[in-house]
Design a protein around this ligand. Sequence first.
Ligand SMILES: *Cc1c(COP(=O)(O)O)cnc(C)c1O
Length: 424
Amino acid sequence: MHHFDYTDGVLHAEGVNLATLADAVGTPFYCYSTATLERHYKVFADAFGELRPLVCYSVKANSNQAVIATLAALGAGMDVVSEGELRRALAAGVPADKIIFAGIGKQRSEMAYALDVGIHSFNVESEPELLALNEVAVEHGRVARIALRVNPDVDPKTHEKIATGKAENKFGVAYGEALRLYALAAEMQGLDAAGVHMHIGSQLTDLEPYRRAFTLLRKLVVQLRAAGHDISHVDLGGGLGVPYRGTNDIPPHPSEYAAVVHETLGDLEVRLAFEPGRMIAGNAGILVTEVIYSKPGDGKTFLIVDAAMNDLIRPTLYEAHHEIWPIDEAARAQELVPTDVVGPVCETGDYIARARPMPPLEPGARIAVMTAGAYGAVQSGTYNSRLLVPEILVNGAEFAVVRPRTTYEDLIGLDRLAPWLSKS
Ligand SMILES: *Cc1c(COP(=O)(O)O)cnc(C)c1O
């Protein structure tokens, strides 16, 4: 469910006319819907009933501070993977004790900063990280609450680049190593190993991998308790998929996911935590772009638009499918022709859609690339010396520019000529 729909023949974001918005801010731009963000967060958080978990939105999906603040106002915690994300969350007003710090390559300086501000916990992914965090905590006279990320070796049946819970992936410690590492952590004076963590992948559309992973996790918690470890918190990660193909591939509803959680872990008497990212932000954002040229190709049309792979890399990185809706509803009535929607970047991999049946759009026509709210703007860059696209947040009939388009001065001004190249 999202709040992008046609009113009077024009696509709107909630109450905002996207043609008018495009005139006001220029294309391309990302546009996020507050009502959709709020709805997704509430549907997810409410699905667990009395379990009342800590829901930590995964900041890497969309780290704009306006998005973070929208969710924080509903009580969301945050899952961060770098000091930069931690600083963004704090700047957006998230209480430090609702922030979980994950990631396989935390630097000691990042650990020290997180300990200083007093985050909820660290998700630790290896034995050397365990040792490093203990040292940093002791140095700073603190105790770091941790959950060890355990890799259950379960196939999440998703794209290989976003599968994280298989033995071959770089994430977490092997399931069979966990008991030894908890025993090791229990000896360390800077650590409180109170939790267990798992995150098996992203864009999951099947609940069975979750059921297998959570069943293994339950077994581990029972074993750890039997070995004398006081496990009070279990973090199940994120990963629930979103419907990139509209009504043709509806992923499990949060209530079905919650039913699996209840069945497998409901009686453990632990505080549960979740880290949903895509499920909250994916469908809450679109990328609006304008046709520059329409060029006939070999049995197809190339629609050359002003957004490119540097603005939205998902199609070329993950072979991702994004629905495309014309801003002008009348275009939908036209006969569809096979079309490659491509950007201006000099790479064959620069496309938004390939072999897609599309209406024959003219230069100046605008289209919305749907379900672009997660892993979209956060992965944007300036390849081909293109400007970072703006981000707009809509709330009812209002909108705000929550990241302005960068300027050419910003872009070019970062370079310095080496002294021997400067003209005297
Ligand atoms: C990326 C990530 C998430 C969020 O995944 P989604 O698929 O966006 O829900 C949660 N936890 C960890 C550890 C991650 O790396």
